[in-house]
Design a protein around this ligand. Structure first.
Ligand SMILES: NC(=O)c1ccc[n+]([C@@H]2O[C@H](COP(=O)([O-])OP(=O)(O)OC[C@H]3O[C@@H](n4cnc5c(N)ncnc54)[C@H](OP(=O)(O)O)[C@@H]3O)[C@@H](O)[C@H]2O)c1
Length: 179
């Protein structure tokens, strides 16, 4: 039996926890775009229907986009529609995916967060004050496993921290408490 892929959320999040002010990506950060492109190259992607419509034209050969929608009649021009997270995991499993990357937006992140294994977050050094939130991170569940600071520069108006978070399982907890 094929095992289910690792479920990873990838997002860029403002210092006050938002991913967007309502439409489109709220910053112009070439370094983060390159990071997103390189992490998701050739991967299985789960994308909310609204974000998918913003991303049309971006997909490249090797991407496997799954589009989350409640509309049973929606036929995406690229990729495959799925009705829920379970169907997405099933499609990715059957396709032989080792990892499924949830690429947003807010509704897709909320649907996937309870079952996520990994978070790849770009913490952007600016405040949006309102908009589409990223789900709250419970510090009792998530542990930072890597962190890379990238200061603002001529092309990137805000500093960023590229961080990977791993779900902290009871198994890890048992190992930690012995050391
Ligand atoms: N900063 C970042 O990293 C980042 C990343 C991605 C997106 N974004 C931004 O996020 C914003 C969009 O977020 P959003 O929350 O409005 O929309 P979204 O998550 O992109 O898409 C919402 C749509 O997905 C479908 N959907 C959502 N939850 C579902 C569920 N549980 N089961 C089945 N279908 C479901 C529905 O489609 P139907 O209406 O077709 O049923 C819903 O209307 C945009 O501004 C985008 O630019 C930011």
């Amino acid at each position: 039996m094929k095992s289910r892929p690792v479920l990873t959320l990838i997002a860029a999040v403002s210092a006050d926890g938002f991913i967007s002010t309502g439409h489109g990506v709220p910053w112009d950060l070439p370094k983060d775009r390159e990071h997103f492109r390189s992490v998701t190259r050739g991967q299985w992607l789960l994308i909310g229907r609204r974000t998918y419509q913003e991303m049309l034209g971006w997909f490249q050969a090797g991407h496997h986009p799954l589009i989350l929608t409640r509309n049973p009649n929606y036929t995406p021009p690229v990729g495959q529609a799925v009705a829920d997270l379970e169907s997405a995991l099933e499609a990715a499993t059957q396709g032989g995916a080792r990892e499924l990357f949830v690429c947003g937006g807010g509704a897709a992140y909320s649907a996937a967060m309870p079952r996520a294994d990994r978070l790849i977050l770009t913490h952007v050094g600016t405040h949006l004050h309102a908009g589409v939130p990223f789900p709250a991170l419970d510090p009792g569940i998530w542990r930072v496993v890597s962190r890379l600071e990238s200061p603002a520069d001529a092309e990137n108006p805000f500093g960023m921290v590229f961080a990977a978070h791993q779900r902290y399982s009871p198994q890890n907890q048992a190992i930690d408490s012995q050391s």
